[in-house]
Design a protein around this ligand. Sequence first.
Ligand SMILES: C[S@@+](CC[C@H](N)C(=O)[O-])C[C@H]1O[C@@H](n2cnc3c(N)ncnc32)[C@H](O)[C@@H]1O
Length: 323
Amino acid sequence: MSSISNYSNNNEKCMLIIDPEAYSEQFPFKKVSNSWHNKFLYFGLEGAKAWYSVSEDPVYSDPQREDKIIDVFNNLLKDLHSKIFISLGPGNAKLDLELIKILKRRNKTIKYIPVDISDALLFWAIVTISSEVNVPFGILTDIEERLYFIKNKIFEISLRPKIFTLIGNTLGNLQINEKTFLDELSSVMEIDDFFLLNVSTITKQWKLFLDPRMKYENYTNSIKFFLTRGISIHTGESTKWLIKNFTKVVGFRHNKRINNNISEVIEIYDKRNDRLITRISRYLFENLVNWINERKDFQIIFSHQLIENNVIGDGFLLIKKLK
Ligand SMILES: C[S@@+](CC[C@H](N)C(=O)[O-])C[C@H]1O[C@@H](n2cnc3c(N)ncnc32)[C@H](O)[C@@H]1O
């Protein structure tokens, strides 16, 4: 069973579909699950506000870099005809707004369905995109464990082809591995559906000590606040105190055990008890492309890499579901 609440914008009704299985984790009276780290960062109004400030932080979203990303999206999607856009983790929905404007050129009646674990971010995405296109509903659930819940809901609107998006290196932060996620996503997609993936990439010059996430000076206050909430939710310590003691409390390390040949993994953790706060995987783009190409269910129809500096960049893949 799922609960539904209504939201109305421009006289058009939009439903919020809440998956109780995923949402119950967010209730404050429930014991905070130890196996969850990254997902907690976005929880509640505080989590949404914290992510919003990170995404508005020029270090995270440099306007020049964003313009280049929008150019790639334009190239990639200009001829694509899609009837539904399903955004997996819209965040502040800024890039989704650009994507919907591009997709709308080929199909004015395209519908948008955001899916997120954060109620406030989900609501924000609905409000933002409702000004451009019809948003029949948003789904509050977990894209790592509950993709089949999404499948049941979107099948009720039998429009094809669909485009699923996972952008902003969300793949690189997931708690489950890439293969499990792609297998699940594939089972939700129908033949001729599309999947737009954007990940953080590394060049051959990448070395652990060169990665921006290995240096304290690259952590701005908004990023510190976002990360320390992940500690505070477990320990009850104030984020103010944790930010003040950031270098004593937060550490970075290379995860050598996840050696899948497609990525390098940095873990951000609480030094005092070793508890993981989040993981950032950055992908060796060529290896990622080859790895996806080995699959029989997907065909890459567009791939592009933007190199930001000598060390890291952004990778884009437009993938079609074959069977
Ligand atoms: C790294 S942000 C990316 C946001 C946006 N796509 C961008 O490019 O800026 C990750 C987004 O995915 C959501 N998210 C993270 N883990 C999730 C999960 N397991 N299930 C559903 N949403 C999740 C977060 O709430 C957030 O909106």
